[in-house]
Design a binder for this molecule. Structure first.
Ligand SMILES: [Zn+2]
Length: 422
């Protein structure tokens, strides 16, 4: 259904402004489109794709400095087209809205919240428990603080939409309201852990997290923001996945309308932690150590620079994140060096000068800074070797990848900062 990405948004725009664009409304109609009808008149391939995927059959196209105006009605800027292109080329991401909460660099911003008296006592406790979970995310630059005063930034109140809804961030501030449908949520079919899932999900929205399945739900790039129907955007979050079934940001309507059981919330899935830390890290010198496996040889390679391999290329497939490492030295840290064996096998080690002791290795430089001893918030990384494959590093003490024949090792090579909570 990816080709129907924005039809509801366009349809609503037409209603709102009385534009006269011809718009397809379902797949059947889309398949009847005579593509030549507009492709002959559109020279910009991005615009042509945008129109096709939004079901816009014909339109007067006016070219302006910034982009295009369709039928004197819809402004399609070059910037929007380029976001559109990147989404269509890389759909496998969790996404955030254009606007997020502004936090000064290397500071923690306190967001005050209040729970309206319409919310029953038991649910207040659940809200506070979920808030505590958010507040315990390590290196998170937002802290939610309860207030009794009525000048709070975030208000939890009763609502009647689905199981809950929430506002997007606006002007650098958090969304104003989380509205929980107390009547529905209090139904005895739900456990407290399921209610907490809904609360955690809605809090994600007030920070700018969109549904991980927004493409499958045809939610488009437009929505209500500060009361106006406008472009809210969908910017990409590296190393997370579209339609991620483990994410708490999977869509509420999906569970509500399809009568699927709401998942239980006990802690954040690692992709949600990556997403939260991608937008809201206090210390940005902590970087995810992205890990890849060669699709040919099976050996691994590591980098903190997402742009090198992203979700993989012809040689490497994305494997996951092996904790966080520092881009600069910190107290007690040691450098993590990268080498390449003459066979092509990459290797990482806290030992310097391996290439001097063993000339078959070349030195590729430092990839970051890690630790050689355990401490709070540090996770051990286990080292494995297979002469037919190469080296493999994992934070899993039991890892299926090294379950086959030929693997030896399993000792702790170094420690990284954990993905998780404090
Ligand atoms: Zn939602």
């Amino acid at each position: 259904m990816k080709n129907l990405l924005n039809i509801p948004a366009i349809a609503l725009l037409i209603l709102a402004f009385g534009c006269s664009l011809d718009s397809a409304t379902d797949l059947q109609e889309l398949s009847l489109i005579n593509e030549k009808e507009y492709k002959n008149t559109v020279s910009d391939q991005s615009l042509s794709n945008f129109m096709e995927k939004n079901g816009i059959l014909t339109a007067n196209i006016e070219k302006i400095d910034d982009g295009y105006i369709l039928d004197d009605c819809i402004l399609i800027s070059h910037q929007k087209l380029s976001i559109w292109d990147s989404l269509n080329n890389n759909p496998n991401f969790q996404t955030k809205t254009q606007s997020i909460i502004t936090v000064p660099s290397n500071e923690i911003r306190t967001i005050t919240y209040r729970i309206s008296s319409e919310i029953p006592f038991e649910m207040k406790n659940l809200i506070n428990e979920v808030i505590n979970s958010y507040n315990s995310i390590r290196n998170f630059n937002i802290k939610f603080q309860s207030t009794q005063l009525s000048n709070e930034e975030l208000l939890f109140q009763n609502g009647n939409s689905g199981l809950g809804r929430a506002d997007w961030p606006t002007n650098g501030n958090s969304g104003r309201f989380v509205q929980l449908n107390v009547n529905s949520l209090n139904n005895s079919i739900y456990t407290d852990a399921q209610r907490k899932f809904v609360i955690a999900h809605e809090i994600g929205h007030i920070m700018g997290f969109r549904h991980t399945d927004w493409i499958e739900q045809n939610e488009g790039l437009y929505g209500f923001d500060d009361g106006y129907y406008t472009f809210i955007g969908a910017s990409l979050i590296p190393a997370t996945f579209d339609n991620d079934p483990y994410s708490i940001y999977n869509s509420g309507p999906y569970y509500f309308n399809r009568r699927l059981p709401i998942p239980s919330f006990s802690d954040f899935n690692y992709t949600d932690l990556l997403a939260i830390r991608y937008l809201y890290s206090k210390d940005i010198t902590e970087k995810p150590l992205y890990s890849y496996i060669s699709t040919g040889s099976g050996w691994a390679i590591w980098t903190t620079n997402w742009n090198i391999y992203q979700y993989g290329n012809q040689q490497y497939g994305f494997w996951g994140v092996t904790g966080y490492i520092y881009s600069i030295p910190v107290t007690g840290s040691t450098a993590l060096h990268k080498y390449t064996h003459s066979s092509g096998t990459p290797y990482i080690s806290t030992s310097a000068n391996i290439h001097l002791l063993y000339p078959s290795y070349t030195y590729d430089g430092q990839i970051g800074h890690v630790f050689t001893s355990s401490a709070i918030s540090r996770t051990p990384v286990y080292e494995w070797y297979n002469p037919n494959v190469g080296f493999f590093f994992t934070t899993n003490s039991v890892d299926n990848y090294v379950a086959g024949p030929g693997w030896t090792g399993g000792g702790i090579a170094f420690y990284v900062m954990s993905l998780g909570t404090i």
